[in-house]
Design a protein around this ligand. Structure first.
Ligand code: SF4
Ligand SMILES: [Zn+2]
Length: 130
């Protein structure tokens, strides 16, 4: 179960790990730990979360105006999220609600994020793969 007293970035990491695990169990490793490829996606996402240019106040990655993931990793994480996302409300409702609240907050604070990366007038810029 998710601990709502944890810092939000830590909660996001727990949520993304849960979503990757769900996907991996259904598609690759039905038992035990994640497969190597999924573990790599998780460790990449964790590294990006810790290095996020928005720090502790980061938006949810899916609506980030920068999206710092490489093209390949972005595609992989999107595939995982598309599959796990709709199942979260069923298997991990608190995490799903927490994520939806963070998503709403990220959208509300979008002008702040855009200003921070100086993209307010050029929203298409800065979406380069890292
Ligand atoms: S995608 Fe955006 S919010 Fe997510 S880690 Fe990268 S810069 Fe931060
Ligand atoms: Zn896997």
């Amino acid at each position: 179960m998710i601990n709502l007293f944890r810092k939000r970035k830590e909660r996001e990491i727990v949520t993304v790990k849960t979503m990757i695990r769900m996907y991996c169990r259904a598609h690759h490793h039905p038992e035990g730990e994640m497969c190597e490829a999924c573990a790599e996606v998780f460790s990449y996402a964790t590294m990006k979360y810790h290095r996020c240019l928005f720090g502790e106040d980061k938006p949810v990655c899916e609506v980030c105006p920068v999206h710092c993931y490489s093209r390949g990793m972005r595609e992989q994480i999107r595939t995982i999220m598309r599959w796990s996302g709709p199942r979260m409300i069923l298997y991990h409702p608190l995490m799903a609600i927490d994520h939806l609240m963070l998503l709403r907050r990220s959208k509300r604070k979008m002008p702040f994020y855009l200003k921070k990366v100086n993209l307010k007038k050029r929203p298409g810029r800065g979406r380069k793969s890292a």
